[in-house]
Each structure stands twice: as structure tokens, then as C-alpha cells.
Design a protein around this ligand. Sequence first.
Ligand code: NAG
Ligand code: NAG
Ligand code: NAG
Ligand code: NAG
Ligand code: NAG
Ligand code: NAG
Ligand code: NAG
Ligand code: NAG
Ligand code: NAG
Length: 427
Amino acid sequence: MAHITFVPVVLILTLLQYKTLFSTGLANGQPDVVDELGLHNDLQITKYDSRVILSWNNNLTEEETKKYSVKYILSYTFFNTSYERKERLQEKKKIIRLELHSGFNAKVKTQLFAKETEELIKESVWTECTYKAPPVYIQNLSCIIYNISFFNCTWHVKAEAPADIQIFFSYRQTGKYFECQQYIQNARKKNIGCHMKGIYFQPSRKIKLNISVTDLKNNSRGLSYYKALLPQKIEKLNPPINVSVSLENRSIKIHWKPPPTIGSASNNCFMYQVKITDHKIVNVAAEKYEYPLHRPAKKYTAQVRAKKEVCIRNEIWSDWSEPVIIHDGKTVDIMLLSLTLLCLLIFLGGLLICTCRRYRCLEVITMPVPHPTDNIITWLAADETHHQKQISMQMEMHSEVVLGILEENGDNIHQKGHLKDFELEDL
Ligand SMILES: *[C@@H]1O[C@H](CO)[C@@H](O)[C@H](O)[C@H]1NC(C)=O
Ligand SMILES: *[C@@H]1O[C@H](CO)[C@@H](O)[C@H](O)[C@H]1NC(C)=O
Ligand SMILES: *[C@@H]1O[C@H](CO)[C@@H](O)[C@H](O)[C@H]1NC(C)=O
Ligand SMILES: *[C@@H]1O[C@H](CO)[C@@H](O)[C@H](O)[C@H]1NC(C)=O
Ligand SMILES: *[C@@H]1O[C@H](CO)[C@@H](O)[C@H](O)[C@H]1NC(C)=O
Ligand SMILES: *[C@@H]1O[C@H](CO)[C@@H](O)[C@H](O)[C@H]1NC(C)=O
Ligand SMILES: *[C@@H]1O[C@H](CO)[C@@H](O)[C@H](O)[C@H]1NC(C)=O
Ligand SMILES: *[C@@H]1O[C@H](CO)[C@@H](O)[C@H](O)[C@H]1NC(C)=O
Ligand SMILES: *[C@@H]1O[C@H](CO)[C@@H](O)[C@H](O)[C@H]1NC(C)=O
């Protein structure tokens, strides 16, 4: 029979490490208020399935408790992270969700405030502790909701994980339980991701992931890791829809509509980026963009992508929309014209060659030119004298006409000459 080594629901762990600093106020530089009464905080750690409950006491007298308002400063840092979380609390406990962390360092101190003035009267030194979780075999968990109802989560299995484990994935939302529909496996047949579709997500209610590791040898459930995510924050939008482009007044005008989303579809939630051919990507808040053309090109492609920015902080950009191609009308006209001309030229050239071949023009051209015969020479000479006669006659007639005009409009010509001088001076 297989043993079940299931962590009991409530497991009180002894303090793995318990340290109290007695060094006087070096750390916080307020020596006058530090630890005057030896305010000890007795730290305790309780572990639930995925949560660690940190609780503490103070050894204040009843009188002090009545006289002052008591507050606690809690500070904790997960292993292998640098971000220190600091909180001021009135209650004497804090639930810490481990998620995929392998432990944390925590410290707590008590502060007493005057009830009326809220002035700090005194405080304790820090009480520190370290919590080391059972081994965590997975890392780099990442989830995405896309195309409204599709859900993918992926993770890496650490190298130190035992060979015989398998990883299972499920989640809860608003009390409902969902098991993984389709696992993604690596070469060693380990589940390293889950793909689900047809899911309805409530955008503002957390999804509580449960990733559990099972030992296949003895079929015992080892550990479960939990992480809560807000659907809106991990949504990858579809590209913007109905992207249309027009070329007006030497500028490209692009219009689009926001894609569907699981969360608020209010116009001011969306943030866009526009990419025109290889120009710089621009951020746009409106659902349109106008790009002035500096120098003509024959073809442009325009693409838009979207993400949520204002209503909810989301880092995931949608894919780019399908490129919309626009041709610059004028350039196209010129191109068409030159193309037509080229075709025409080629056609005419071809025609010429064909006709030449047919009527043996080429032979005539390539044949050696014979010497002109005497007949032709005399004919040419006769023609020349005839031509010269004609020209001299034409010249006579022309001069007559010009003289006639001079006689009739002598004054006019004079005036015109004057006008010309004037114009020249003016220039
Ligand atoms: C199951 O096997 C693992 C090692 O493969 C061992 O650590 C664990 O204790 C076993 N559990 C039980 C209930 O025997
Ligand atoms: C609180 O506890 C510390 C150590 O146990 C002791 O020195 C101190 O006197 C106590 N203070 C009060 C007010 O009981
Ligand atoms: C993570 O932190 C723990 C405890 O501080 C340390 O033992 C371990 O080596 C660290 N691991 C990595 C990968 O830094
Ligand atoms: C996985 O996470 C670890 C730290 O948790 C990081 O060092 C490592 O680069 C990550 N690997 C990938 C592929 O993201
Ligand atoms: C997106 O979802 C619609 C409707 O659920 C589906 O018809 C379509 O195939 C999905 N697209 C992709 C790329 O999976
Ligand atoms: C989600 O996982 C499926 C199955 O592995 C994969 O085909 C798809 O490309 C993934 N989609 C995204 C957005 O990660
Ligand atoms: C997490 O998943 C495991 C394995 O399916 C299951 O045994 C466990 O009860 C789940 N935890 C919660 C809090 O639902
Ligand atoms: C997008 O275009 C389609 C078809 O032209 C039209 O039916 C639909 O109403 C448009 N959507 C929006 C949000 O304008
Ligand atoms: C084009 O620009 C001129 C002036 O720059 C403006 O008067 C005209 O309305 C614009 N036409 C269009 C269609 O935008």
C-alpha cells in the first residue's frame, strides 16, 4: 500500500530560526525610544497548504496596552528576490502566500504611540525569523489569456526535481473548479504547460492556480503550489479590428476599432501602436492616426496593435494587425504610364523587325551602297537650281509685304520701340 505523506492541514512548524537582536538602536538611529522596556516579539510560524501564517506576541503589561496604541512593523523578503515588503499592522499576524517561493526572511517590531498625538513613544528591536519551504520543483510560471476564451500556462521543471514526478494543473474561479484540458509536455514526458479553451473569465475575479507535483512511483501527492492571477492583467488582446487606410492630402490616414476584450471595453482603456512600413513605431491613444508623407514611395503597409493601459495595467501587446497595403496614387500613375510606354515601344520595335524581315529591308540596308549614276547627279543639280529660284522669289515677295506694313503703321512701330526701352530701364 502506498503511504500518503500529505502535509496536514495545519502544521505548526517550530521556528526554524529565531533570533532577537539586542544590539541597541544601531540599526534605526533612534536610541532614545529603542527597547527601553525590552518589548520582545515572540514570533511563530504556522503553515497551511500554501500559506504561511506568521504570528507574534508582545510582552506589554495591561497598563501599557491601555495607555498606548500598539502597532507592528513587519518586513519580509522572499528568497532570491531583492524586493523587501514592509507593512504597518495593528493585528498580531500576517498570512504570507508562498506561491513558488522557496522561503523568506521576516522581521517584526512593536511600536507604541501616544493615543492622542500619534507620537511614537517607544519601539522594540527587530525580531527576525527565516522560513524555508519544502523544495519547489517548478519555476518561471507564466500564464496568458488570449482570443477571449483561450488560456495558456507554462512553467519550467527545475533540474533538481526527482525523475519520477509529474505535474498537474487546475484552477478555481468564483468557487468553480477547472482541470487542465490539454497538457503540453517536454521531451521527458513531463507536463510543462497547459492549454485550455472555451473558458469564460470573470475579468475582475482572481483565478487561483493549483500546480501540484505527484510522485509517480508511489502515486503520492507531494506538494502543491498556488498562485492567484487577475484575468485582466494577463489578457493578450486580439489585434485591433477593421483597420482601414486612406491616402489624402499627401498623408496616410489610418482608422481602426478596438478588439473585443474580457474586461472593460471603454475606449479610454486602450493604448495603440502604429507601424507604417519601416518607420518608427508611434504610440496612439485615439482610434486613428495621420501620417504626413515626406517623400513619395510606391507602397506603404500599415499595422496597428493594442493593449490595455489605463483601466488596468497590462504589459502584453496584441499581435500586429494584418498589414494593410496602400499605393501612392500619383506614383502608381507615373509607373503605369512608363510601363505602358515601354510595352508600346517593345511592341513597335517587334513590329518593325517583323516587317523588315518580311520585306527584306534589312538586306537593302546592309547591301553596299552603289555609286550614284550620272543621271541622278544631273537630276539633283537641276533640282537645286530650281529650288534656289523659288527661294529668291519668296524673298522678294516677303520684303514687299514688310515694306507695306511699315508704311501703314510707322507711328506704331516707333511707339513700340519706346516702350521696349522703358521696359529695359525698369528691369
Ligand atoms: C514516495 O517516493 C518518494 C521518493 O520517490 C519518497 O520521498 C516518499 O517518501 C514516498 N512516499 C511515500 C508515502 O512512501
Ligand atoms: C518582556 O520580556 C523581556 C524578556 O523576556 C523582559 O526582559 C522584559 O522585562 C519583559 N517586559 C515586560 C514589560 O514584561
Ligand atoms: C536562494 O536563496 C536561498 C536562501 O537564501 C539560497 O540558499 C539559495 O542558494 C538561493 N538560490 C539561488 C538560485 O540563488
Ligand atoms: C527562470 O527563472 C529564473 C529565476 O527564477 C531565471 O534566473 C531564469 O533566467 C528564468 N529562465 C527563463 C528561461 O526565463
Ligand atoms: C478565436 O476564437 C474564435 C471563437 O472562439 C475561434 O473561432 C477562432 O478560431 C479563434 N482564433 C484562433 C486563432 O484560435
Ligand atoms: C497556447 O498553447 C497552444 C498549445 O501549445 C499553442 O498552440 C498556442 O500557440 C499558445 N498560444 C499562446 C498565445 O501562447
Ligand atoms: C490542488 O490540486 C491537488 C491535485 O489535484 C488537489 O489534491 C488539492 O486538493 C488542490 N488544492 C486545493 C486547495 O484545491
Ligand atoms: C467591422 O467591419 C465589419 C464588416 O465591414 C462590420 O460588420 C462591423 O460592424 C465592423 N465593426 C465595427 C466595430 O465597426
Ligand atoms: C487638404 O489640406 C488643405 C489645406 O492644407 C485643407 O484646406 C483641405 O481641407 C484638406 N483636405 C482634406 C480632404 O483633408
